[in-house]
Design a protein around this ligand. Sequence first.
Ligand code: ATP
Length: 516
Amino acid sequence: MIQEDIFKKIIAHCKEYGFIFPSSEIYDGLGAVYDYGQNGAELKNNIRRYWWDSMVRLNENIVGIDSAIFMHPRIWEASGHVSAFNDPLIDNRDSKKRYRADQLIEEHLEKIEDKIQKEVEKARQKFGEAFDEQKFRTTHPRVLENQKKYDDTKKRYITALEKENLKDLHQIILDTGIVCPVSGSKNWTDVRKFNLMFSTQLGSVSDDANTIYLRPETAQGIFVNFLNVQKTGRMKIPFGIAQAGKAFRNEIVARQFILRMREFEQMGMQFFIKPGTETEWYNYWKEKRMRWHKALGMGDHKYRYHDHDKLAHYANAACDIEFEFPIGFKEVEGIHSRTNFDLGNHEKFSGKKIQYFDQDTNESYTPYVIETSIGLDRMFFTIISNSYTEEKVDWEGSAKEERVVLKIPPALAPVQLAVLPLTRKDGLPAKAREIMDRMKFDFNCQYEEKDSIGKRYRRQDAIGTPFCITIDHQTLEDDTVTIRYRDTLKQDRAAVEKLPEIMGDKVSLQKLLKSL
Ligand code: ATP
């Protein structure tokens, strides 16, 4: 199946099974805004908890806060967002579609890279063991020609971005013959700057002085509370402040489901360090964050680092952790060495001294910062897209049938245990509810009695429930149940009192955290 089709199927599945709904759907939706349904909210909470605990609980020197979304407007001047949080946009006159100029060029570069790679793979197959890739890349005429195109365009592109030269970006699009994916034409407008912040008015008087912004990132709420937390928590450098919360960006191109939303959630941690130690801590967090992702067991080969060519206005080193979605590798998390840009600027703009006094060396300084910032929604989609499986299975010995199952890491599953009375008679529902009442303090349980047991199993597979138990007549006699495992479809008989032991290890967030 083509990857784009899988992407569409997953989106439909998310809606059908209560994970994600388009926002305001009965009014035909709102562009790039989504609501999380009953199962989505549980999964999101579990991911957030996994992140929060791994940061705040496991590190003595990291604390968590929850700052407001509305902040003083001067903050966004100090942070550079008013002047520099822009995307270059371009319109195609024929299709009337709007694009990000930088993304059009990057996609063009990726296509050239793909062409080169295809050529290399073809040759590798042809020559087998004797293939010398280095030699091939430096001698094959078509590869050389494409490599030159790539290098020249990339160089022009990076320079244009660094100088924020919109004319050059426009010229690159014309010179490389990039066409609109919808109309196929090269009828482009000029490139213009577009600020991504949403603004609104505070209070009842609407003049410029009251204009405030919906925060475009959670990081600034941490920087402006640096002194509050450092002093009240008696924190010693190096230390970190974490927070998870909503951020808002008026994205120009928002066509990728929850990968690019206008309202989304970030989980960020700012780690304050002594100037001069940034390389060491940058590498530390780069590695540590990758370990957090890989611990979920979704396949190490699905992740890669992507170092930034163009650094944001605040950074001196930056990379992304990318995940392989059905539509290719995309950023999930950014790790940025932000220098003392933010604290330094807040000191300037607020007129308040924001420094750290180091008692060991008797000196004051503005701390440097390493940031880790992960999008909760994108993280959600790594899990959903990686878990979505269509497979042929033997249902209770019958002919092979297709099932759709979400193989969500059990510790994050929205429902961990489904409690299913075999029939609605003979006191089985009452017994099932009694078991549910015992289990619900330790596990997120769901009770279901409607439809055949096979149908109920399939519904639980579709939402990724790792364990189902069936209560039958034997349960009434000896307090045992049939336990059915999501991934293997194996069924065992087990005593109810043993369930916490059987399930505990597999659905335990603690165990996941211990593996980090
Ligand atoms: P991109 O380059 O994809 O626009 P970014 O580099 O601007 O992302 P950051 O400012 O580093 O993103 O934000 C940190 C994280 O927040 C990203 O890694 C991503 O997971 C998430 N994120 C950013 N923008 C969005 C969005 N519009 N929708 C959903 N998640 C987002």
